[in-house]
Write a protein that binds this ligand. Structure first.
Ligand code: ADP
Ligand code: MG
Length: 627
């Protein structure tokens, strides 16, 4: 019988390779962005149309290619990045397999334009299904532009297999985010169907995360830093209370390359043990630096899975570092029995023996000697530093237990002494009421640490989180205004012009009707700005842009699902922006306003984001503590 084995023609081999490397538009995005980074670019622009199905273009200002290299770059196994197999374990580049451009060119229409800095003119090459159809000299700036059109034009089965534009766009954005997160020192931008969706300036890592995921991410991040001989960790984990139902924001980068690792993910989960609600996933953005010799990146065509020489050690270090960070930021109990205690002891202290702490006792102290009349002064002026101990007058602290109705009746002194316990500064950061007619009110509320409003109730006391409570109050107000369409508007003296990206403007337009029901009045739109002539009565002019920006970012970050309601989101977002903040000192009347309005709400016990707004401490509970 005749021999039957033959070598496959190149274009068939390339198509087969493409099956591994290019699964969807997002795979092309990844390869092109990585090539741009390897070329030393510091500004990289990604342009896509129809979620990448029609066009994916990456423009960089990197080193470009010579005429010969431009042609060679489309050959299979053509790479400038490694020369021998040994180089595989010294990788400092993203690419090394030399098959991305060849694979992409096998299944799409590709237009390459490239120019090196020292050259007068550049090279333009058009290639369709592995066949070069044109090669010209071109005038172009330094760098490279690769446009990939009509992906899978010659493989209808693969093209039909692509998901909806929404799904494919999600994958493209994921890839873009991964690359942008791994390289905060490079400027990235993304244009989707003609409008700029992301513009990420050069920044530090934290800013890059915030620029991608929105301003509200900032307060959720806890830094993780650990430097050991085998592994250097830097980055952030999300606070447990912000853990999400979806597994969105989980990123490991090893030597600046995004990787997936179920094993390392487990290390993080175990560090979060006991801190997460069931069914929620913590976010993390962690950079791991290891010696390139100790990893193998070449185990998967898309290079997202890698093999570590010593996974167990990495697991232990990662877990311990994360636990330590959560503990340091008072998020988890600091006690970790598995942690090596010498790691926590400053080096300078390690050789020293510890000294017994000394306790000084005032032997002349007699609790019955003191004059009870001075006690309230001692408490109010210098509570922490009082050397002599004055027996407190029972008269005063008994009044703490007096119910609302019996104020002042059991005690001869008015219960206003209560206010003497306010030890935070009285400085005002903002006002809850426009005009304050200093109502002399009963002293059944006081503010603790500019954060909680404490109020006496019959059964004990009420501790209200001022920020969350006010959010609840405003949220219900806004919801009502929007639904009954009767928000009151105040006219601005001068129209206010606000600037947005086209995509953001689109979001504002969608919400315009609801916004108008709260009291906003929009006069005109241009391509990148809008003009406002009226705002809801309670919104100070200085806050307008912050509120709308927050709103846009909230809408962008919200994963729309069946329960998604623009009205609800708008009310929540505005309530969050306008609610009095933690740290803001409140006047007596403001404190009472919070208490009264909160309990007039339909759902007083939770904030709009379902966090508790208050707790109660029963008198009996307090009594028990004094036994
Ligand atoms: P790899 O990145 O694995 O080397 P590719 O097929 O992605 O393989 O690219 C082939 C070669 O083409 C690269 O090694 C590089 O020399 C060159 N190249 C590709 N993209 C660019 C770019 N944007 N700028 C400069 N050179 C590039
Ligand atoms: Mg490459």
């Amino acid at each position: 019988m005749a021999d039957i084995i033959q070598l496959l023609p190149d274009h068939v081999a390339n198509q087969i390779a493409a099956g591994e490397v290019v699964q969807r538009p997002a795979s092309v995005v990844k390869e092109l962005l990585e090539n741009a980074i390897d070329a030393g670019a510091n500004t990289i622009k990604l342009i896509i149309k129809d979620a990448g199905k029609t066009l994916i273009q990456v423009i960089d200002n990197g080193k470009g290619m010579s005429v010969t290299d431009a042609r060679l770059s489309f050959e299979r196994h053509a790479t400038s990045k490694i020369k021998s197999a040994d180089d595989l374990f010294q990788l400092n580049t993203k690419g090394f397999r030399g098959e991305a451009l060849a694979s992409i060119a096998a299944i799409a229409h590709v237009e390459l334009k490239t120019k090196q800095d020292q050259d007068e003119v550049g090279t333009a090459i058009t290639i369709e299904g592995s066949k070069i159809t044109a090669q010209d000299v071109t005038v172009s700036p330094k760098g490279t532009s690769v446009a990939v059109k009509n992906l899978f034009f010659n493989i209808p089965a693969r093209r039909n297999f692509l998901k909806s534009n929404t799904v494919e766009l999600r994958h493209v954005l994921d890839e873009f985010h991964r690359v942008a997160l791994a390289h905060p020192t490079l400027h990235f931008s993304l244009y989707n169907n003609g409008s700029e969706t992301f513009n990420l300036p050069v920044s530090n890592y934290r800013q890059r995360i915030v620029n991608i995921f929105g301003v509200k991410t900032n307060e959720k991040l806890v830094p993780v830093d650990e430097d050991t001989e085998v592994l250097k960790i830097s980055g952030f984990v999300g606070k447990p209370e912000f853990a999400k139902k979806t597994r969105g924001e989980q990123y490991f980068f090893v030597n600046n390359r995004f990787i997936k690792s179920a094993y390392l993910n487990h290390a993080i989960l175990s560090a979060f043990e006991g801190l997460l609600k069931t069914g929620t996933h913590p976010s993390y953005f962690l950079n791991l630096e290891v010696d390139p010799q100790t990893i193998d990146i070449n185990i998967h065509p898309t290079k997202t899975e890698i093999k570590f020489d010593d996974e167990h050690t990495l697991y232990a270090i990662l877990r311990s570092a994360t636990k330590h960070s959560l503990g340091q930021f008072n998020i988890a109990p600091v006690l970790d029995f598995e942690r090596d205690a010498t790691l926590d002891t400053p080096y300078t202290q390690q050789q020293k023996t510890s000294e017994m702490p000394k306790i000084e006792v005032d032997r002349s102290f007699n609790p019955f000697e003191a004059d009870s009349g001075t006690s309230s002064k001692a408490v109010s002026s210098t509570p922490k530093h009082t050397k002599t101990y004055n027996k407190p007058s029972t008269e005063h602290w008994e009044s703490l237990y007096v119910g609302l109705e019996s104020k002042g009746t059991r005690s001869t002194k008015p219960a206003t002494d209560f206010s003497a316990l306010t030890f935070e500064s009285e400085e005002h950061t903002g006002a809850l009421f426009e005009e304050k007619d200093a109502i002399e009110t009963s002293s059944t509320t006081y503010q603790l640490h500019n954060k909680y409003v404490i109020s006496a109730i019959k059964s004990g006391m009420l501790v209200i989180d001022q920020h969350r409570a006010h959010q609840r109050i405003l949220y219900e107000d806004f919801l009502r205004d929007i639904t009954v369409k009767e928000g009151v508007s105040q006219q601005l003296l001068f129209p206010l012009e606000l600037h947005f990206s086209p995509q953001e403007l689109e979001i504002v337009k969608q919400l315009q009707e609801d916004l108008e029901h709260t009291g906003f009045v929009f006069s005109k739109y241009t391509e990148a700005s809008l003009e406002i002539t009226g705002v809801p009565v309670m919104v100070p002019e200085s806050e307008i842009s912050i509120i709308l920006e927050q709103l846009v970012s909230d809408v962008q970050n919200e994963v729309p699902d069946a329960n998604f309601s623009a009205t609800d989101l708008l009310a929540k977002s505005m309530a969050k922006s306008l609610a009095i903040k933690t740290g803001q000192s409140l006047q007596k009347d403001e404190q009472e306003h919070i208490v009264n309005k909160l309990f007039a709400c339909k759902e007083p016990n939770v904030s709009p984001t379902h966090k508790p707004t208050f707790i109660t401490v029963g008198t009996e509970e307090l009594d028990r503590k004094f036994i």
